[in-house]
Structures are given as C-alpha cells and as structure tokens.
Design a protein around this ligand. Structure first.
Ligand code: HEC
Ligand code: HEC
Length: 293
C-alpha cells in the first residue's frame, strides 16, 4: 500500500495516531481536573499549620510507604472509606497519591483517630502497633516551625491566611504540624455519613458459648487493634476502661463495627463481621471467671 512504501507519509500518519491517543489520555484530563466544574465547595485550602505539616510529610518521604487515594474498588472502600474524588486534590501541589502501600492508605485518615493517638503513634509506631515497621518520628517534636517561612509559602501558593494564624505558629513543632495535616486528610467532604454503616445480616453472635481456649487464640485481634487505646488488660488509656460484662453483645458489635468516630473510637468494619464478633466475645467473656490480669 502507498503509505507503507512512503516513509514520510507513514511517519506523519503514525504521529497523528499517537497524538490522538495522547490527547485523549493526557491532555483532556489535564484540562478537566482543577477546573471550576471539578471543584467541591467544602474542600478548603490548607491552613498555615497544615501546609507546614504537608511539607514535613513530603520531606520525610511518608509517601514512599503510604498512598493518598482510595480507588473506586469495593475492597478499597470497605477498608478505607469513600473513594477519592478528583476535586479533593485541587489544593495539592504536587499531589501525593503515591503508588506503594507498605503502610495503609491515608486519604481518609482525618478524624479517624484523636490527636493523642497520633502523638503516641508517631513517637514509636512499633511500640504502639505491634508488628509495625514504620520508623519512629519522635524527633519532629524537637523542631519548631518558622512562621515567616510559612508565610512566604502561603503567599507563593496563593492560599488565604490571617495574621493570627501566622503568629499562632510560634512555638508549634513539626509534630503539631504533621498531625494537623493528617487530621485534615479526606475530611473536607462528609463521607462518613455517605458510607453510613451497612449492617451485616442479623446481629446474632455466631460464637455464643465459646470456651476460654478458643478465645485465647483471638487475643491477638484485640492486641493489634484495641490495646493501644483500651490497654492490654482492658484497663483503658486513650479510650475508656472496657467492662465487657456491662455491655450487651449487640451493642458491643455495633460500637466496634461502626465506631464512634466523633468521640475518637475508630470503626472496624474493615475487619469484616466475623473478626468483629471474635473481638466482641473476647472483650465480653475472656476475663470472666479466669484470673487473667
Ligand atoms: C517504611 C514504611 C513507612 C514509612 C516511611 C511511614 N510509614 Fe506510616 N505506616 C507504615 C506501616 C507499615 C503502618 C501500619 C502499622 C502502624 O499503624 O504503625 C503505618 C501506619 C501509619 C498510620 C496509621 C494509619 C491508620 O489508618 O491506622 C499513620 C497515620 C501513618 N502511618 C503516618 C505516617 C507518616 C505521617 C509518615 C511520615 C512521617 C509515615 N507514616 C511514614 C509504614 C510507614
Ligand atoms: C484510637 C483509640 C481507640 C481504639 C484503637 C479503639 N478504641 Fe474503643 N473507644 C475509644 C474511645 C475514645 C471511646 C469512647 C467513645 C465515646 O465516648 O463515645 C471508645 C469506646 C469503646 C467502647 C464503648 C465503651 C463503653 O463503656 O461505652 C467499646 C466497647 C470499645 N471502645 C471497644 C473497642 C474495641 C474492641 C477496639 C478494638 C477493635 C477499640 N475499641 C479500639 C478509642 C479507641
């Protein structure tokens, strides 16, 4: 055919074919995102403290281990919360979606834990969450932020700020900043209400009357997920002391499955109903009649 024998024509046609693909997959999305139509009114720019925290996050390379985007896949949504919307990233320059999940995704982290949890976790992740290989960042508590430098960054990014916010930075540490940043992640849109807990079948304890030895095998579930806030032996800490005997099985299930995020108790629906029931039985019956403490 003519275009196979004419190298110049082939070159021109091949270039056109590649350009069409490039325009569709790259240029158009660039034109679509970060436009008025894409923006979400409740998504606000970073405050000076949050911006400073974001810069610490970038400097420390947290995105080498953590992604910041929940994909629209059932497994992702069940584990982390509502999938990410492009309009949530309009103030992220550059964005920090990442590509590696050595640790969990952080896009919906804001409001999941109280500040106090983060201070303890950042101080010594492995000592706080058994099996964690996240490095300790205790040194961030020893470094203070420079308000004048932050002011310049806010101006360069054209983010609104007040003088009070800048003077309020005096004495704040990089730890305060990164925790303020983490509490903002994914919390600008009211997704928790949108993903309001779907209840898993009827609430019937599948392990009613289980013996002590079986429950012992579930202890690791409690240690990994709950001990950091409720203590190794239910004695309390960040969260209240747990008196299993005083709580109904179904109430326990609902508290653990849905959490009480506004009061600092995270939801554990991502574990699945079976594991939550195991934890319910462990919390309610493990100590009773045994000298475990
Ligand atoms: C070497 C990889 C690695 C690096 C680097 C890292 N993390 Fe992690 N992170 C993890 C792992 C693994 C976990 C899960 C265990 C845990 O909670 O400690 C985790 C958990 C977390 C959690 C708890 C998330 C949740 O939903 O329970 C937060 C918050 C977090 N990391 C923040 C950070 C921040 C901020 C930085 C940077 C200052 C950072 N991480 C750096 C590996 C890492
Ligand atoms: C980040 C800290 C944190 C973690 C982790 C956590 N909780 Fe909680 N939990 C809390 C807080 C804070 C409250 C109090 C909530 C409130 O006042 O409404 C609470 C409340 C509860 C309650 C209600 C107590 C009562 O007497 O009303 C139960 C039961 C409970 N948690 C069980 C668990 C279990 C089981 C786990 C592990 C699967 C767990 N929690 C993990 C912080 C936590």
């Amino acid at each position: 055919m003519i275009w196979e024998k004419n190298p110049v024509l082939l070159l021109v046609l091949a270039t056109c074919a590649i350009l069409v693909g490039t325009i569709i997959t790259m240029v158009l999305p660039f034109a679509w995102v970060n436009t008025e139509a894409d923006s979400i009114a409740s998504v606000k720019p970073y405050t000076p403290l949050e911006l400073e925290g974001r810069d610490v996050y970038i400097r420390e390379g947290c995105n080498n281990c953590h992604t910041q985007t929940v994909r629209p896949l059932v497994a992702d949504v069940l584990r982390y919360g509502d999938y990410s919307k492009s309009g949530e990233f309009v103030y992220d320059r550059p964005f920090l979606w990442g590509s590696r999940r050595t640790g969990p995704d952080l896009a919906r982290l804001g409001g999941k834990y109280p500040d106090e949890w983060h201070y303890k976790h950042m101080q010594d992740p492995a000592g706080f969450v058994p099996g964690s290989n996240m490095p300790a960042y205790a040194f961030l508590s020893g470094k203070t932020v420079d308000p004048e430098y932050t002011r310049k960054k806010m101006a360069a990014l054209n983010f609104p700020y007040t003088e009070d916010q800048i003077t309020g930075l005096a004495g704040k540490t990089e730890m305060d900043a990164i925790i303020a940043y983490m509490q903002k992640l994914g919390s600008d849109i009211p997704w928790r209400e949108a993903v309001a807990a779907e209840i898993v079948g009827e609430l019937v304890n599948p392990y009613a009357g289980v013996d002590h030895a079986t429950m012992e095998a579930w202890e690791h579930l409690y240690k990994e997920n709950c001990a950091a806030c409720h203590g190794e032996h239910f004695e309390g800490g960040i969260g209240p002391e747990l008196d299993g005997a005083s709580l109904e099985e179904n109430d326990l299930f609902e508290i653990i499955y849905n959490g009480v995020p506004e009061n600092g108790m995270p939801p554990y629906s991502s574990l699945g109903a079976d594991k939550v029931w195991k934890i319910v039985n462990f919390v309610k019956y493990y100590n009773i009649g045994e000298d475990h403490q």
